[in-house]
Write a protein that binds this ligand. Structure first.
Ligand code: PEP
Length: 247
């Protein structure tokens, strides 16, 4: 049985007063039957982790090395030290803005596993790749390249995030989401064996809102969501958590 996960990616948003959102989420969903994760920007991480009681806190990236001359970077071990239990890796904004490759993501994931973090590894096609009917090939390549051999259902979550749906208000049809999630499940089972493949949680991400969450969570092999914009306030994130809990 896979425990459902509602994950929020605050991206480069949030200041100290926004930590109040954590209190509001915990008050509303402290007894939820799903896991809740918020990944704030690095400067807020330790303060959020100190404040959160039931909500897990994660980083948005980590370096592949444990320490050294890497100005501006954060190691997986430092995220753990700050109170993180998870880290998002391979988000399309990292792949695009920072040129991260599948090899980079795999190296970071290895570092995350070694530090004891759960890696939320993101994959997803661009609009051009979907229109050229290359979606499944792209996903297949990203899964093969970005996921280390040591991954399993305990140390990894996979997020399917079509690049064209992130922050755009566009959402794939439930058939399109189901096709990709079933495909990811089959690829994980083929590579890691049925037991491990079935234990990995698969999140959908891309313009999830309170108004579309229930229909997305009804799709097979959707175990939760990775949410950007609608995770920034408790008011917007709360209906998504409620829909997941009810699914
Ligand atoms: C994301 O950045 O992971 C994301 C899914 O963003 P949004 O929900 O805003 O589309």
């Amino acid at each position: 049985m896979r425990r459902k996960l509602a994950a929020g990616n605050w991206k480069m948003n949030g200041r100290a007063p926004d930590l109040d959102q954590i209190d509001a989420l915990e008050a509303a969903h402290g007894d939820a039957g799903v896991d809740i994760l918020i990944c704030p920007p690095a400067p807020l991480l330790s303060r959020m982790a100190e404040r959160a009681r039931k909500i897990a806190v994660g980083g948005q990236d980590c370096h592949a090395n444990a320490s050294g001359a890497h100005t501006g970077d954060t190691s997986a071990d430092m995220l753990v030290d700050a109170g993180a239990s998870h880290v998002i890796l391979g988000h399309s904004e990292r792949r695009t803005d920072h040129g991260e490759t599948d090899d980079d993501v795999r190296a970071k994931a290895r570092a995350a596993f070694e530090a004891g973090l759960i890696a939320v590894i993101c994959v997803g096609e661009t609009l051009g790749e979907r229109e050229a009917a290359n979606t499944l090939d792209i996903i297949s390549g990203q899964l093969a390249g970005s996921i280390p051999d040591t991954a399993n259902g305990t140390n990894m979550v996979v997020a399917y995030e079509p690049v064209w749906a992130i922050g755009t208000g566009l959402v794939p049809s439930t058939d399109q989401i189901g096709e990709v999630h079933d495909f990811i499940r089959s690829k994980l089972e083929a590579r890691f064996g049925e037991g491990v493949g079935r234990s990995v949680r698969l999140l959908y991400g891309g313009s999830v809102k309170g108004s579309n969450a229930a229909e997305i969570f009804a799709v097979s092999n959707v175990d939760g969501a990775l949410v950007g914009g609608a995770s920034l306030t408790a008011d917007a994130f709360s209906p998504i958590i409620t829909a997941l809990d009810a699914s």
